[in-house]
Design a protein around this ligand. Structure first.
Ligand code: ASP
Ligand code: MG
Length: 423
């Protein structure tokens, strides 16, 4: 049994959905649980629907939702012949659920409505892809993941109830492999014990796939992406970026921590707990080797480069020249938690505490304001943070180039340089 995951970019056009069928054609003999995301930018579009609805702009919300409907109906029309009517009925049922809600007035928190609306993206995409695969002879069973993955009601960042979900997988999912070898389900979403829909955090479909891999004791998980595999740098910024064939879980967690957009960080733990290897394969050219991520040590990694733009630097100095000790630092971390921000680099001095974080203007303003009770605060914006794992001195100075270094920190493994962006 293997788990596959296809992201939004793998199902964002007729041709790409056909490519999913091509890929699956080579796995007809395998039991597969296939997790699929919403098509292309659907989740962003549905977020806008939720925002309009919550702002009381019902007509705007309905209009925005109408566009999402049209896109899905058009895709289904182009793809399907014999199963079109049946699929249209399924899509219409999902549309109606959202529209009923949009006609109400919001009485609960935003995050609750967000989840009830945004979850439609994955329900719609999987319904279409499942119908198309069945029509082309890749017989599969569509599963509403909300019947299987139970979560708490921490909307927009819900936590899996592992033991209940395990029971559901054993009772309902495993027997389905007797019926069809391929099962299709949604990434990113789940449901509470009161049948409210929940979401697991943006880009959460990788995580869903890992949860299933764990619960099914899968032999492997494969994430199909529109890149060749995991690269040592973002190829859009570094044309010489190279593919890394072999990685281990801890390196991937480090990469994600420093901001590399490889794999959703929550994905690793469920796999690591059961020693399940994770493959990252190229969706457009499945013959390419891709990357395998496992538990063994890996030697000779190339330098791994991560750049985070738009960093804000906050410098806090104690007002009375007292040392910045545990107490004020503790208060600061409490503030970070309240505002859900995470510093990307911190430096503690005798009478100062300095850190940089992603530039979310409102949060920074609030942070600066609250910290000014105990500190003198200065804020500097427009910085970028370079992180290199397994660095070489030559590469470091090339990448710093003409930029002005504001802070540099290094360990034997990792160097981080906060610098002023070149104009
Ligand atoms: N559709 C969701 C998102 O765009 C989940 C995912 O793609 O993994 O965030
Ligand atoms: Mg996605």
């Amino acid at each position: 049994m293997k788990v596959f995951k296809f992201g939004g970019a793998s199902v964002n056009s007729i041709d790409r959905i056909k490519q999913v069928a091509n890929i699956l054609g080579s796995y007809q003999q395998d039991d597969l649980l296939i997790v699929i995301s919403a098509m292309g930018k659907t989740t962003n579009a549905l977020e806008k629907v939720a925002e309009s609805f919550y702002a009381g702009k019902k007509e705007e919300a309905l209009l925005l939702f109408h566009q999402v409907k049209e896109q899905h109906l058009t895709t289904a029309k182009y793809l399907l012949v014999t199963r079109y009517l049946e699929c249209e009925q399924t899509l219409t049922n999902f549309f109606t659920e959202v529209e009923w809600l949009l006609h109400d007035k919001p009485v609960r928190g935003f995050d609750y409505y967000y989840d009830q609306i945004v979850c439609a993206g994955e329900l719609l995409s999987t319904a279409i892809v499942s119908a198309y695969l069945n029509e082309t002879g890749i017989s599969n069973t569509w599963i509403d993941v909300r019947d299987i993955l139970r979560t708490d009601d921490n909307f927009r960042d819900a936590n899996i109830d592992w033991s209940f979900s395990q029971q559901q997988v054993d009772r309902f999912v495993k027997p389905l492999f007797q019926k069809t070898r391929h099962l299709i389900t949604q990434g990113f979403i789940g449901a509470t014990d009161e049948n409210e829909s929940t979401t697991l955090g943006r880009e959460g479909s990788d995580y869903t796939a890992a949860v299933f891999a764990n619960l099914l004791n899968a032999e492997s998980q494969t994430i199909w992406k529109d890149v060749a595999g995991v690269m040592n740098a973002d190829p859009k910024k570094f044309p010489d970026a190279v593919l890394i064939n072999d990685l281990n879980y801890s390196e991937v967690i480090e990469m994600a921590y420093y901001g590399a957009q490889v794999i959703h960080p929550k994905t690793i733990k469920p796999l690591q707990n059961k020693g399940i290897p994770l493959y990252v394969k190229c969706f457009l050219d499945p013959a390419l080797p891709g990357t395998v991520i496992h538990n063994q040590p890996v030697n000779h990694l190339p330098p791994i480069i991560v750049i985070k733009e738009n960093q804000a630097l906050l410098q806090l100095k104690s007002k009375d020249f007292s040392f910045v000790g545990e107490k004020p630092v503790g208060q600061l971390y409490h503030l970070f938690e309240q505002l859900s921000v995470r510093p990307n680099l911190t430096q503690n001095g005798a009478i100062s505490f300095t850190f940089c974080l992603d530039d979310h203007p409102e949060k920074i303003q609030q942070l600066a304001l609250e910290a000014s009770d105990i500190f003198d605060v200065t804020v500097e914006k427009g910085l970028k943070l370079l992180t290199i794992r397994h660095y070489e001195p030559g590469l470091l100075s090339t990448l710093i180039g003409e930029n002005k270094v504001v802070i540099q920190q290094q360990t034997p493994d990792t160097v981080q340089v906060l610098m002023k962006q070149e104009n």
